[in-house]
Design a protein around this ligand. Structure first.
Ligand code: FAD
Length: 383
């Protein structure tokens, strides 16, 4: 059942991180064009990720014994919102930092923790998530990729789809069937760590409407995995994935996807001798929506910091947050087009064009709007 989401103060110790992150970003992002920054957590730059790791900001919540920062979810929230508000290209390390690292910490063996976590924190290795398959996106439990046990390990056969960064990542954490049949649904699924350099793996990139190439088809043809490739308990993959989705759906990245554009538009308004009344009213309205969304995401951080797994609340925040991110480019397109006699900065228009093209994906990635609403309805006891 869904619980109340009590407001949470940002602790002063977490807030104290902000100036250092801002100073770092002033330097690291200097000269990057706005329409690139608008890619935000879709922007891949391994050197940038390694520079962040040298600051101790990759794996900020992982224990210090593994090279992590040993900080709580509030610190990560401050870091994430500064990175997202500025459009930092964090995609290379984002999935490992947000999901794969915490998953390995919670469910992995000591050997897996010792091997993977220090490399994640150093941004030496990047991860991707292999959940979706053809015919199994929303209906994830129907997936067909299978790992079959052999004397010396596992043999992996099947296909993943829409796998972000599979063409650049070193490892995938894949949800696969290790026993039973697709009709068994949630039973018999396991998570395996797949080294993407292994023989039998081929990756085919899929272009998106904006011309970027970030997600992929991944094919497994008789891929030999070691005996210790399974993370956590064999057959318990579904429960592990459900817990992982709270991390995937709850963060500020589900709210701030259009913030670079919003900021650029505000900068433009500031250059006008008299900004239109309607634009000022729109700016106020968007701020008034942004603040409670941020509070809700922060409240989820408090739950994560306590070790809870707020799966239903995370679905709610993601649904509302992506609605906000999608509304921004559409509202700004109307605002910028309201008076065709006015001249608009070319870079602002290019950035708007990019965000308009990409924003439909905000409510698909990480689970679609319809699926999230089903999760919320179940949490409210309505289905
Ligand atoms: C930018 C981007 C990045 C992604 N990255 C990854 C990744 O790294 N790893 C990964 O595993 N996946 C990734 N995905 C895949 C994403 O999780 C799926 O696209 C999503 O879960 C939907 O699955 P699908 O595409 O198969 O659509 P389908 O499941 O076929 O759904 C099609 C439509 O039908 C609706 N629908 C389906 N079932 C129901 C139902 N029961 N009730 C009501 N409506 C329903 C859906 O809401 C949707 O609108 C990514 C997707 C995008 C857009």
């Amino acid at each position: 059942m869904i619980e109340a989401l009590p407001l949470s103060e940002m602790p002063a110790s977490a807030e104290a991180l902000r100036p250092a992150v801002r100073a770092f970003l002033d330097e690291a992002l200097r000269g990057r064009p706005m329409d690139r920054l608008a890619r935000s957590w879709m922007g891949f730059d391994a050197d940038f990720s390694r520079a962040m790791a040298r600051q101790g900001w990759v794996g900020l919540t992982l224990p210090t014994q593994y090279g992590g920062g040993g900080k709580d979810a509030f610190h990560r929230f401050v870091l994430a919102e500064e990175l997202l508000a500025r459009g930092a290209p964090v995609s290379a390390h984002w999935i490992a930092d947000r999901q794969s690292g915490p998953l390995i910490l919670k469910y992995g063996s000591d050997a897996q923790k010792d091997f993977f976590l220090p490399k994640i924190c150093a941004a030496d290795i990047f991860f991707c998530i292999g959940m979706s398959e053809p015919q199994s996106g929303s209906d994830l439990a129907g997936l067909r990729t299978r790992a079959t046990r052999r004397a010396d390990g596992w043999v992996l056969q099947g296909q993943k789809l829409w796998t972000t960064n599979a063409h650049k990542a070193h490892y995938m954490i894949a949800l696969v069937r290790t026993s039973g049949t697709p009709e068994d649904r949630h039973k018999g699924l396991s998570q395996v760590i797949v080294d993407l350099s292994l023989p039998g793996i081929s990756v085919r990139t899929i272009g998106d409407l904006s011309g970027d190439a970030h997600f992929n088809e991944v094919f497994f043809d008789e891929v030999q995995l070691a005996a210790d490739a399974v993370v956590g308990v064999e057959g318990e993959g579904w429960a592990q994935v459900a817990a992982e989705l709270a991390y995937e759906r709850s963060g500020p990245e589900r709210i701030y996807g259009s913030l670079v554009l919003f900021d650029a538009w505000l900068d433009h308004l500031r250059t006008l001798p008299v900004p239109p009344e309607a634009d000022l009213a729109l700016a106020g309205r968007l701020f008034a929506q942004l603040l409670p969304l941020r509070e809700m995401s922060l409240a989820l951080s408090a739950k994560l910091a306590r070790g809870d797994s707020p799966v239903i609340e995370a679905a709610l925040v993601k649904d509302l947050g992506t609605e906000f991110e999608q509304a921004i480019p559409n509202l700004l397109a109307d605002a910028l087009g309201a008076d065709p006699t006015l001249e608009r900065p070319q870079m602002l228009l290019r950035t708007l064009a990019y965000v308009l093209q990409i924003c439909p994906s905000f409510s698909l990635r990480g689970g679609t709007r319809e699926i999230l609403r089903g999760v919320i309805a179940r949490g409210l006891g309505l289905r």
